[in-house]
Write a protein that binds this ligand. Structure first.
Ligand code: HT7
Ligand code: ZN
Length: 886
């Protein structure tokens, strides 16, 4: 296979009106009979029919009930002698496949004793020969037959129309999906499952059955997913007027899954990590993730399923928009303004630590890519998270003044028009932006649409440089904003973007003297503000109004003023991060400075103390503000990266914050920990987050002081905790601080949760991601991989050990002796033979190798070259390593 280009798009030569599928399910050999009603597409010159297929055994092909000639070309089934003219004909294809041998988890596979499917992006072709592309939308009828005792539950998309028993202990179920859909939304599930059920009546007055299917022992972990689903249904009706269009909506959890979840029509299949939770096994973060992933998949029912993508280059049409919708959903559920801000900060943190590096590395691509070798490699933070930011900017830019300051009403009008125009079809990103702009003809978006669309075509993170100057005589403050964007692979020159910049000016006494939204369109523009008594402090890019890097030479005084007074909580947090980042960068760059001599200044420490002790700020915000910028984020600010030095500096500064604020951490711990009933709401989870940080800091301080009281308290809390958040935080505090008590706590934790796979994943991940002490983590990782609970075939488990080390523990992974890289290349190669999608994700751990300091840089290149030299590499991994080396 070779590179596929967006510009080569052509309509399909045939349409498939209906599909009648019959499955005889058997793990070793499943038989699939596929009867399609097809016709030629009159807009395309007559040609042969080419059906996609992969790893299938073909036994029979009939056209209108008669045998026919066919040939195989590049794994496609080619039929040249089909009826001429535009009449419908019937094509019948009989194949078999081997679900138990399907370790790629794409197509039909078994997990435990059950069957599941994963068809996005191109998995349906692993089930039967088909026009496996999203613009071919068909009506599906599915008959499932299987052994009744082994597979009592038989599910597929849509409505159950018939079921009954067969001979030999078998039974059947027939499902009809009332909506046309592309093949990537097909799903089936069969196994011994049980369901939590909930009947609801929608705003529109319709009754629906909601079901969450899990393995029999897991029903007590489904309440939160069901609540999240009900909240999602209500939210989409209230905010977008979009109701559930099916009588029955099912979620099924599986422990073997390549990604987070899948929005198959009416039958969402989830990684169990994003379904199963109770207070004993799941942390607040897990609860939050479940809420947003359940929401995300549910929201796809309209943005993705009712209106889908014309081709896979348009992926952000559904993914960027649906991430935007799930982010808004979580924000709206977290009603208080402060909790909304916390969610925004968390989302921006993901964007900046994962997407910005992607956009600056070898895999950089626009949110609507122009080419790919393997589409699975383009389910990226760029398409998803940056895509969501591009949608958010469109909402911002249809704001019509004080009656709709955020643009929500204008955006709603745009969405209404989008559905009016395109419901039931497969469309492009252009169709989406056009609908939003057309519904708001007087908006900035409509005025600037062609230029705005550069966000879809240009990769790279724009940098906005801001320079302020104050003229005391006239009381005028000028702010010059200039934009630039570094070249990315295949795009040497970038045209200016449309960048909405939310601005405020803060006066010396802390009051806000101006606030506005400025849309930057030129390379450089100067704004002036008059009538000022003294030089103000600019608060730029409030709420992170655009996905850009803001470059402004803030002084400490200015940052301290923003940290104390800014009315925008995002920029208040950002000011604290900048204060920390400036210090970290200064220490990192002084090559001769020993870690022991890096002393944090009193001013910074006092500022952090005031945040921690602040009477009005809430706990979740404090936890974010007192957490130092991540090692990955710091690395992105440097031209040459020594991950071990970054790690050492961050650890040293954290230890100083721990010691200098010791009494304050003690206060924070005592004042915020609660012993009442567990509630996963934002207020109490914020309190748990802050007590968790306080406990970690107190254990870190104990390491320096030799104190044994706080590690002892942490162990006690670990033992007594009434919920997983507190228990895991206490365990992590012991492990992170390198306490002697960590080993026994880890052992006890494993014994307590040995039957809870998702908790055991946490146990592995904590150890593989722990602070390196003298190179000890790699041997620990290797040891963990010999543990009886380890499995390379289960993606969650492989990720919990290998990814936690290679992708999430830079201080331990980037070793001068290159042993981390050798390990990485071995595991990429090993995984590639099992599951290329997972291998290709791991392959990306060395994306930024060119920035590494020597000797790491050369060693990393050698490791990548070693993988690239392997014959028979999958397209997935080959694309990643080839781009990395180019
Ligand atoms: N739309 C879903 C994507 C997905 C996926 C893609 C490739 C391989 C496996 C996959 N599993 C799920 C997930 C989503 O965005 O909702
Ligand atoms: Zn999605």
């Amino acid at each position: 296979t070779s590179v596929i280009h967006r510009s080569d798009y052509q309509e399909p030569a045939f349409w498939i009106d209906s599909v009648d599928l019959c499955f005889d399910l058997d793990p070793a050999k499943t038989r699939v009979l596929n009867k399609m009603k097809m016709r030629r597409n009159p807009h395309v010159v007559p040609q042969a029919l080419r059906l996609d297929g992969e790893e299938l055994n073909l036994s029979r092909v009939l056209v209108n009930g008669q045998g026919t000639s066919f040939k195989m070309e590049d794994s496609q089934l080619v039929l040249e002698n089909l009826p001429a003219g535009n009449d419908v004909f019937e094509l019948e294809i009989f194949t078999t496949c081997a679900p138990a041998k399907n370790t790629k988890l794409s197509g039909l596979y078994t997990s435990g004793d059950s069957f599941y499917t994963q068809c996005e992006a191109e998995g349906f072709r692993r089930i039967t020969y088909f026009l496996d592309r999203p613009d071919v939308m068909a009506s599906y009828t599915v008959l499932l037959r299987a052994d009744k005792s082994k597979y009592p539950v038989l599910l597929s998309n849509g409505n159950l129309v018939e079921q009954g028993t067969l001979d030999d202990g078998r039974h059947f179920a027939k499902w009809v999906d009332p909506f046309k859909k592309p093949s990537y939304l097909f799903a089936l599930v069969a196994g011994q499952l049980v369901a939590r059920e909930q009947r609801i009546t929608s705003r529109a007055g319709k009754e629906h059955l909601l079901q969450v299917y899990v393995r029999p022992g897991d029903l007590d972990k489904t309440e939160h997913a069901m609540n999240s689903l009900m909240a999602s249904v209500a939210w989409d009706e209230a905010r977008f007027g979009l109701s559930l269009d099916l009588e029955r909506f099912m979620i099924v959890a599986t422990s073997d899954f390549n990604m987070g979840a899948m929005e198959n029509k009416g039958l969402n299949i989830f990684n169990s990590k994003y379904v199963l939770a109770n207070q004993a096994t799941a942390t607040d973060t897990d609860f939050g993730n479940i809420e947003s992933v359940v929401g995300h998949e549910y929201f796809h029912n309209w943005t993705g399923n009712r209106i889908t993508c014309r081709d896979w280059f348009q992926l952000s049409l559904k993914e960027g928009l649906t991430v935007f919708r799930d982010q808004e959903f979580s924000m709206d559920l977290a009603s208080e303004a402060s909790a909304r801000a916390v969610k925004r900060i968390e989302d921006v943190r993901v964007l900046r630590t994962a997407q910005f590096p992607e956009d600056a590395g070898p895999m950089a691509h626009p949110i609507r890519p122009d080419q790919y070798l393997e589409i699975n490699n383009f389910y990226t933070v760029t398409v998803y998270e940056k895509g969501a930011e591009v949608v958010r900017m469109q909402q911002t830019m249809v704001a019509s003044g004080p009656s709709d300051p955020l643009g929500r009403e204008g955006f709603r009008k745009g969405m209404d028009l989008y559905f009016q125009r395109h419901d039931g079809s497969a469309v492009t990103c252009d169709d989406f932006t056009q609908a939003i702009a057309d519904a708001n003809p007087d908006s900035k978006l409509a005025q600037l649409l062609p230029q705005f669309k550069r966000w879809y075509s240009q990769a790279g993170t724009p940098r906005v440089k801001a320079v302020g100057s104050f003229d005391g005589a006239s009381g005028t403050y000028s702010l010059t904003l200039s934009q630039s964007c570094a070249p990315t692979p295949g795009q040497a020159v970038k045209e200016p973007f449309v960048i909405p910049i939310s601005l405020g000016l803060i006066s010396a006494d802390g009051s806000e003297v101006a606030s506005s939204m400025h849309v930057l369109t030129q390379e450089s523009e100067t704004l002036t503000f008059t009538g000022l008594q003294a030089e103000p402090v600019p608060s730029i890019l409030r709420g992170f109004s655009a996905p850009v890097i803001l470059d402004f030479a803030y002084t400490d005084e200015q940052l301290l003023a923003l940290l104390e007074h800014d009315t925008d909580p995002f920029n208040r947090w950002e000011a604290g991060q900048r204060l920390a980042l400036n210090r970290m960068m200064a220490f990192i760059s002084q090559d001769a400075l020993a870690v022991a001599d890096m002393k944090l200044d009193a001013r910074y420490i006092e500022a952090m103390r005031s945040v921690l002790r602040h009477p009005k700020l809430d706990a979740a915000f404090k936890e974010l503000a007192l957490t130092l910028p991540s090692e990955t984020y710091v690395a992105e600010q440097l031209d040459v990266v020594d991950p071990q030095r970054i790690h050492a500096v961050r650890e040293a500064l954290r230890a100083q914050l721990a010691t200098a604020l010791h009494a304050d951490w003690e206060w924070a711990f005592e004042a915020h920990h609660e012993n009442g009933a567990y509630k996963p709401d934002s207020l109490s989870s914020g309190r748990r987050a802050l007590t968790g940080l306080a406990l970690a800091m107190l254990c870190i301080a104990a390491r320096t002081s030799g104190d044994t009281v706080w590690p002892g308290k942490a162990l006690q809390r670990f033992k007594d905790a009434g919920n997983m958040t507190d228990r895991f935080n206490a365990l992590a505090a012991l492990v992170t601080s390198g306490s002697d008590l960590a080993a026994q706590a880890l052992q006890r934790f494993h014994a307590m949760f040995k039957d809870e796979a998702l908790v055991i994943d946490k146990w592995f991940a904590l150890q593989a991601g722990a602070t390196d002490r003298g190179g000890n983590i790699l041997p620990i990782v290797k040891q963990l991989m010999t543990h009886p609970d380890f499995s390379m075939r289960n993606p969650n488990r492989a990720r919990s050990v290998i990814f936690s080390y290679c992708s999430a523990n830079p201080g331990a992974f980037h070793r001068a002796d290159a042993a981390g890289y050798v390990f990485w290349s071995d595991k990429v190669i090993e995984l590639d033979a099992i599951n290329p999608q997972v291998a290709a994700r791991l392959a990306r751990a060395l994306d930024r190798w060119k920035k590494l300091a020597e000797p790491m840089r050369s060693a990393a290149r050698e490791a990548i070259a070693r993988v690239a030299a392997k014959p028979d590499l999958s397209n997935d991994t080959r694309e990643v390593v080839t781009r990395a080396l180019s």
